[in-house]
Design a protein around this ligand. Sequence first.
Ligand code: DC
Length: 231
Amino acid sequence: MENGAAPTVPAVIVAIDGPSGTGKSSTSKAVAAQLGLSYLDTGAQYRAITWWMVNNGIDVSDPAAIASAAGKADIVSGTDPADPTITVDGVDVSGPIRTAEVTSRVSAVSAVPDVRARITELQRSLAASAERGIVVEGRDIGTTVLPDADLKVFLTASPEARAARRSGELKGADVNATRTALLQRDAADSTRKTSPLAKADDAVEVDTSDLTLQQVVECVVTLVEEKRAAK
Ligand code: DC
């Protein structure tokens, strides 16, 4: 090899979409860590802008008010899978974006086209600047944000498996209430007009209901390696 330079591996872009509770975040972080890639949680960005709207007195039941404030928050995502950070106007919001209040309002805020345009731009610029490549998780990554991704995965799971996982994460929250809230949020996210939650035609669907996290990670890592070998 000329100048003794290390062989370069082409950057790989991986889109992982699906509804909540399918194991998207855990899988995406582990795949990125294992392959030395960057990682982006796009749900955290929508939660961060929602947190900003709520904290700045924006009426989140009014799409026009949301649209006119869409460009105001400075959202910065750290893309290290071992320590994915998120700040708004320099404030660490990784805790506050997970509150029930933000969770209950995020679908309404993220349905507004001006919000999606703003966040999509941030996502594309982070993906373009990831030298070794990136795993981006969300709802519309394979369909809208990164339609040319090298690999698209769509994770699914039964409502029961998803509710059980989510209530475990929420430290024993009632499974039935969690299931109802989760299905309501999916319905809102899947039926909105602008880039709804959807499986891209060329995505590989993986049902995680009866798989361990380890099995899902292995499956996605194998798919990435196959794509890399074919590049
Ligand atoms: O993944 P999550 O539950 O943290 O996502 C929170 C919300 O953000 C979800 O209900 C819909 C929205 N979202 C979106 O509209 N598009 C994305 N790419 C990611 C999340």
